[in-house]
Write a protein that binds this ligand. Structure first.
Ligand code: TMP
Length: 242
């Protein structure tokens, strides 16, 4: 395995930092301890959350790689960092919903918990100034963010990911309510699943008790930070049981 040298800070987001390396087509992604909600309006430090999310996301991306999904993930480097293929992130969030919750429940005035017979896909335009609005395919193509062909490719990939992860989590008594994905283009213009998949970016409910096991605890309720941390630990524990 070649030696990776961390070089310059390329980008800093709300929960991650991205560093260049001695290899121009690879980056190091560092998971921070910050936890944010409401477009960054609510922000706290949750000590060691970055370590948990790095490990949880590593397990999920390794599993998706083994299932033939093309992702940016190469390997975990240390407890906070992953070595990944460098991509240009497409500024869209692709949300997959299996059960009504969150913004869909509020936007459409329908109660949380309704099972969606067909999963619903939504796209949000990643733009802090506009507060990440929900848009459709035609808006995304008009904005020259993506082509119709690439959108179709990504819809195919998220459908597969949903199928794989629903079963993966159900085997651990976790219902995958909804989740957010991001994609990027590598130097060969191939589309790779990027970013992270963790309790920050998914809704998980316990299969038996229906208890929330994700960032919703931080978003909606006056929970102690320790309780949110314990829930992330619980997810990691369940993923480590095969
Ligand atoms: P929503 O119901 O708030 O639209 O969220 C849908 C899913 O997307 C949920 O699992 C949380 C995730 N998500 C993110 O990962 N980042 C975000 O900025 C937002 C708004 C949602």
């Amino acid at each position: 395995m070649s030696c990776i040298i961390k070089k310059n800070l390329l980008l800093e987001g709300k929960t991650k930092k991205i560093y260049t390396t001695n290899n121009p087509i690879e980056v190091l992604i560092h998971h921070k301890d910050d936890i944010t909600a409401l477009n960054g309006l609510k922000k706290k430090l949750l000590q060691d959350k970055g370590i948990l999310n790095n490990e949880i996301s590593t397990l999920i991306f390794k599993f998706l790689n083994s299932c033939g999904i093309k992702t940016h993930f190469i390997r975990k480097k240390n407890n906070r960092e992953q070595l990944c293929h460098k991509v240009d992130i497409i500024p869209l969030e692709f949300v997959v919903r299996n059960i009504v919750s969150g913004s869909m429940s509020k936007r459409l005035g329908v109660r949380e918990g309704i099972d969606l017979y067909n999963p619903i896909f939504e796209i949000f335009y990643k733009n802090d100034q506009l507060k990440d609005p929900l848009i459709n395919d035609h808006h995304a193509v008009f904005l020259k963010i993506i082509s119709y062909e690439e959108l179709n490719t990504i819809y195919g990939i998220i459908s597969k990911i949903n199928h794989i992860l629903k079963k993966y989590f159900l085997d651990k008594n976790i219902i995958l309510v909804d989740f957010k994905t991001e994609f990027g283009r590598n130097h060969k213009n191939e589309i790779l699943l990027s970013d992270e998949i963790s309790p920050d970016t998914c809704r998980f409910w316990d299969k038996i008790t229906m208890k929330k096991l994700d960032k919703d605890l931080f978003r909606m309720e006056k929970k102690e930070k320790e309780e949110v941390f314990d829930i992330y630990m619980e997810i990691l524990k369940r993923l480590n049981v095969s």
